[in-house]
Design a protein around this ligand. Structure first.
Ligand code: PGA
Length: 265
C-alpha cells in the first residue's frame, strides 16, 4: 500500500507558544502508531523552532523515540529566494535549518489575502523543490459550476504552478486538492464527497499525464483538504483513494486531530 500523508495546517493559530507546545505535545503523545503513514504538522513560522526542539530534544515528553519519525514539521509558506533583502520573508534554507521537511505552497488563503498568484506560486515551488523540501501544492476552485468551468480553472492553476519545472524534480511534489467552498472557515462550507474527489483527482492525473507522461501522472500523491474530520477522513482515503488529507480546523484540537488518525487505523 502506498504511503498516506496526514497534514495539519494550523493557519494563524494558536495565540501563544505555550498553547502551540501543548497542542503539539498532545498530538505527539496521543497519535496512534501507524504504519506507512506520515503525519505533518504545519504551525506558524514563529513556533517552528520550539516545536522542532520538542521533536529533537525530547525533553518534555518521555516517549520520544517511539514517535520521532512519525511527526514531521512543515511550514505554511516559503519564499522563492534563498537569501537577500526581502523584508519579512523566510527562506528555504532557514526552514531546513529548523528541521522542516515540508512546505505548503499556494494555499487559497494566501492567494486570496496575500496576493499569491500562479507566477509567485510557481517560483516558490521551484525553489523549494531545488532545496529538497517536500511541497504540498494547493489547488482548488472557488465554486463548482455545472458547466465544468472549474475544471478549466484547476487546469490553469496546475499548468502554471508547474511551469518550467523539470520532470526529474517532481519526486517531492504533492498536490492538495482543496475546493475553496469546502474549507471550513467559509460560510456554509461542507466537505466534498469522496466520489467527487476521486473524479477530480483522475482529472488532475490526466493533466499531469499530458504534461509529464505516465510515470509522473501515476506517482504524484494527491491529497484532499476541506472540512475533513474524524468522521469523513476514511472515506476520502478509501472510496476517494486520496493519498492523504490536509486538515485545518480539525488540526487545532488534540482530540479532533487524533480522531482523524485513529479513524484511519
Ligand atoms: P479546514 O481547512 O479543514 O478547516 O476546512 C483546510 C485548509 O484550509 O487547509
Amino acid at each position: 500500500m502506498a504511503k498516506k500523508f496526514i497534514v495539519a495546517n494550523w493557519k494563524m493559530n494558536p495565540n501563544s507558544v505555550k498553547e502551540a507546545e501543548a497542542l503539539f505535545i498532545g498530538v505527539c503523545k496521543s497519535a496512534p502508531k501507524m504504519k506507512n503513514t506520515e503525519v505533518v504538522v504545519c504551525p506558524p513560522f514563529v513556533y517552528l523552532d520550539r516545536l522542532s526542539g520538542i521533536i529533537h530534544n525530547a525533553m518534555p515528553i518521555g516517549r520520544q523515540a517511539k514517535y520521532k519519525n512519525q511527526i514531521n514539521l512543515g511550514s505554511q509558506d516559503v519564499f522563492w529566494e534563498n537569501r537577500g533583502s526581502y523584508t519579512g520573508e523566510i527562506s528555504p534554507l532557514m526552514l531546513k535549518d529548523f528541521g522542516v521537511k515540508y512546505v505548503i505552497v499556494g494555499h487559497s488563503e494566501r492567494r486570496k489575502y496575500l496576493m499569491a498568484n500562479n507566477e509567485i506560486i510557481n517560483k516558490k515551488i521551484k525553489t523549494a523543490l531545488k532545496n529538497n523540501l517536500k511541497v504540498f501544492f494547493c489547488v482548488g476552485e472557488e465554486e463548482r459550476d455545472e458547466k465544468g468551468k472549474y475544471l478549466k480553472f484547476l487546469k490553469e492553476e496546475i499548468i502554471e504552478g508547474f511551469k518550467k519545472i523539470p520532470k526529474d524534480n517532481l519526486k517531492n511534489l504533492f498536490i492538495v486538492y482543496e475546493p475553496i467552498w469546502a474549507i471550513s472557515s467559509n460560510k456554509g462550507a461542507a466537505a466534498d464527497t469522496p466520489r467527487n474527489f476521486l473524479e477530480t483527482s483522475i482529472y488532475i492525473r490526466k493533466i499531469l499525464f499530458f504534461r509529464f507522461g505516465r510515470k509522473v501522472a501515476h506517482k504524484v500523491p494527491i491529497l484532499y483538504g476541506g472540512s475533513v474530520d474524524g468522521k469523513n477522513a476514511r472515506g476520502f482515503l478509501e472510496e476517494g483513494r486520496a493519498d492523504g488529507i490536509l486538515a485545518g480546523r480539525a488540526g487545532l484540537k488534540v482530540k479532533s486531530f487524533v480522531d482523524i488518525l485513529k479513524s484511519l487505523k
